[in-house]
Design a protein around this ligand. Structure first.
Ligand code: ZN
Length: 288
């Protein structure tokens, strides 16, 4: 596919305990491949868009069943960017010890996994006219959330806040029975070293278009339905019972397909999303 096409990238497994994100992406990829054998509409569509899959961004974390990578660094706290506001204690990233979760790693050292993603974004996404990223996580709250930057600031929105508000509106109108909460990550906690904050800022300073989204699946709902799973090493972040794994994977297909559609058709809506009205609405909703 030519570098002139818009792209969407699905990323999973940045946190090694959150392996449902990897399963979700691999299952979607498998379905897409199977459909390519007989679906000519899909094959035509794939000529207009590039779909990238990075299902396991932190293989050592997955192997050792830990949040961080081989050095126990939390890859979502390791990007070279600091919050200037008050971050959540420990959870917001720290350099106290690699034995504690949310460890940022040594100062000025970007871990190889993050370096690879940064290089990939610069080399393969920056030249494209439009890029969307969906990074799949699990572990926060009872609800499924779609988050967007910043994670570093409650005071300042990203400059594309109006476009994201518009995208949210399109999703809510297309799928009125959805169960997602769609909001800036900073509504909940602030942190240092967020990879998407860093890459978003880099795209802005390079005059490139990247909209990074995070799917944060509400794992507490799985624990509520099956409290005994907290005794499983993955229980806080992963559905354990087979029927629940199937349900979770099926639930998010709607979101994946919607995001592919909006990337493929970005030229039909992207200009509208520039209207100051949407920025104003977003500011009123989240940054009063
Ligand atoms: Zn995570």
């Amino acid at each position: 596919m030519s570098i002139d096409s818009p792209s969407i990238t699905f990323i999973g497994g940045i946190h090694g305990l959150e392996r449902i994100g990897c399963q979700l992406i691999l299952s979607f990829l498998n379905g897409l491949i199977q459909k390519c054998y007989w679906n000519s509409v899909l094959l035509d569509s794939l000529r207009k868009i590039t779909i990238n899959f990075i299902p396991m961004a932190n293989p050592a974390g997955i192997y050792f069943k830990r949040r961080g990578n081989i050095h126990n660094v939390d890859l979502m706290r390791n990007a070279p960017i600091d919050s200037k506001e008050k971050t959540a204690w420990l959870v917001g990233g720290h350099r106290i010890s690699s034995y504690l979760p949310w460890y940022r790693g040594k100062k000025n050292v970007i871990e190889i996994e993050n370096e690879t993603i940064i290089d990939y974004v610069k080399k393969y996404l920056f030249p494209r006219p439009f890029n969307l990223i969906l990074d799949c996580h699990s572990g926060f709250g009872l609800h499924d959330r779609i988050w967007f930057p910043y994670a570093k600031s409650k005071k300042y929105p990203i400059s594309d806040i109006g476009k994201l508000f518009y995208l949210r509106k399109m999703f809510f109108l297309s799928h009125p029975h959805h169960n997602y909460i769609f909001e800036p990550q900073s509504q909940h906690y602030l942190c240092h070293g967020d990879l998407w904050d860093y890459l978003y800022d880099l795209s802005q300073s390079s005059n490139r278009i990247i909209l990074p989204l995070t799917l944060e699946m509400g794992s507490w709902a799985w624990i509520k339905k099956n409290p005994l799973q907290i005794f499983n090493s993955l229980g806080f972040f992963h559905p354990i019972k087979n029927h629940r794994i199937k349900k979770v994977i099926n639930n998010h297909n709607i979101l994946f397909n919607f995001l592919i559609d909006i990337v493929m058709n970005y030229s039909n809506w992207y200009e509208n999303s520039h209207l100051p009205l949407y920025r104003k609405k977003a500011m009123t909703k989240w940054y009063k």
